[in-house]
Write a protein that binds this ligand. Structure first.
Ligand code: FAD
Length: 394
């Protein structure tokens, strides 16, 4: 990767926290201080889960604290404030309907309609560059696992998978009709094959002129780089565009545990360095094939983001080239998002939304991610602490 000096730094905290008043920064500081405290976090998460199970009225408390930090609202309309706020700083919003664990056919249909509503919203807002969905939002997880295993499929299973394909197709057709680019998120390796298959079918159908459908490639899997290369090779030979969201991957512990328990080869890279190297190779590969690939670097890694910016400069690719995007999650890595946007790069944030109780699993993951590890403060907490000191506020 290039090491050209570029006029970009993620250390500029004034830019990173420009959207926050002193009062907001103070509140964020206390929230991250609480999450950073491992003991308090463990107690807090189990207490919240218990309170929710017992249907105690804690929605207001959750909404005013952790929900406000990481989510845009309970529905699309409530997210408008976040869309406008990010938009002021040239950061796009990706409305992410974050309700998990749907099981019924009626629920899958309802989720499909909700994703279509996010497409409607994106089509009329210049600050919403992408929509997104998970295939497990519109289809049963166990069914997808069965499809991947390709055995014991009953007639009912085949019909159910046809319905999943129809929902995915309906969403992608709607996105194409409205010219809204759409990400298909990547999930666990034991259901990812049918997800990749559906994504490839959708790209072949809807990416004839431009990349509308984006599949997600997880570089913590050692098999991913060849998968991406194969997808681009296929697209070139058949004359369509590949949309690619590049991530490292979110399910490492679960993946390793399942592989060990079921005695199959671990699909995850041997170490972090190998994931980092393949991620950066994936980014380079996309840049080298920019005639066929449009991509989004979904990462909070400063090095990967800086290297991509440097490589774009080296290749004479304008920061605002519509084929290259950077994306982070709302409430995380604002130092990356705001500094990239200020320097003219295309940046967007996932803005999760949904009823408070339904997005709890998502919020718990964010909270866990922000606890201190081996006595070391979380990165977000360190950044906020530094900004608080810089502003000299208590
Ligand atoms: C906009 C956006 C969209 C996303 N979409 C998806 C998605 O669709 N599917 C999905 O799975 N994830 C998704 N993620 C999450 C992402 O995969 C990562 O979990 C998260 O961003 C942390 O990785 P990082 O690149 O930010 O940086 P880092 O903090 O540098 O990397 C952490 C990641 O490195 C990998 N890693 C850590 N330790 C090891 C090890 N010992 N061996 C091998 N690998 C290791 C893991 O993937 C870990 O999450 C998304 C993230 C963003 C910002």
């Amino acid at each position: 990767m290039a090491n050209d000096p570029i006029n970009l730094s993620f250390d500029n905290l004034e830019v990173a926290f420009a959207s926050k008043t002193n009062a907001q920064l103070r509140k964020t500081y206390w929230l991250f201080a609480a999450m950073n405290n491992t003991g308090l976090m463990n107690f807090g998460t189990s207490a919240m889960q218990t309170a929710l199970n017992w249907r105690l009225p804690i929605n207001g408390l959750v909404k005013a604290t952790i929900f406000e930090q990481f989510c845009g609202g309970e529905d699309i309309n409530e997210c408008q404030k976040t869309v406008d706020e990010l938009g002021k700083f040239n950061i796009g919003t990706i409305l992410d309907y974050s309700v998990e664990g749907e099981k019924s056919e009626a629920g899958f249909d309802a989720t499909m309609r909700e994703i279509m509503a996010t497409i409607d919203k994106a089509a009329t807002s210049k600050h919403i560059p992408f929509s997104v969905f998970k295939v497990t939002g519109v289809g049963n997880f166990d069914l997808l696992a069965k499809v991947q295993e390709a055995k014991n499929m009953t007639d009912a299973d085949l019909k159910a998978f046809d319905r999943v394909r129809n929902r995915v197709q309906t969403i992608c057709a709607y996105a194409a009709k409205h010219k809204v680019r759409i990400f298909i998120d990547a999930e666990e390796s034991w259901i990812q094959q049918p997800i990749d298959q559906l994504a490839d079918e959708m790209m072949a159908e809807f990416n004839r002129e431009e990349a509308i459908v984006y599949n997600t490639y997880q570089f913590y899997r050692w098999a991913t780089l060849p998968t991406l290369q194969q997808a681009v090779f296929e697209a070139k030979s058949k004359g369509y565009q590949v949309g690619a969201k590049l991530v490292r991957g979110a399910y490492m512990e679960k993946e390793r545990a399942r592989a060990a328990a079921n005695k199959y080869a671990d699909p995850i890279q041997p170490n972090k360095k190998a994931s980092d190297e393949d991620y950066d190779k994936g980014v380079l590969f996309c840049l080298e094939n920019l005639d066929t690939v449009a991509f989004c670097a979904g990462t909070h890694n400063e090095n990967s983001s800086l290297q991509l910016a440097a490589e774009m400069k080296k290749r004479g690719i304008a920061p605002n080239n519509p084929r290259v995007f950077f994306a982070q999650l709302l409430g995380m890595s604002d130092n990356i998002s705001y500094n990239l946007a200020k320097a003219g790069y295309n940046v967007a944030k996932y803005v999760p939304y949904g009823p408070v109780a339904a997005v709890m699993p998502y919020l718990m993951r964010r909270a866990q991610e922000n606890t201190s590890i081996a006595g070391q403060s979380s990165r977000e907490f360190s950044l906020i602490t530094r900004e608080r000191e810089r502003r000299k506020i208590q």
